[in-house]
Design a protein. Sequence first.
Length: 69
Amino acid sequence: MCLAIAGELIRIEDRRPADRPGEDPALWRMGLVEFSGVRREVSLACVPEAVVGDRLLVHVGFALSIVEP
């Protein structure tokens, strides 16, 4: 069993290292997600279709899915 929390995606950043230009950029996307006023960085590798404003279900620093309103 796991505990996941929903939060709003505030910002997206591409964290792909310069020495890995051929890799899929979706693997290196990180997002700033806000949970009731607390902001945390999370990996967006599992939800490459996420855009700013989406609500995401997050577990241990990884966004697992987009939550529909």
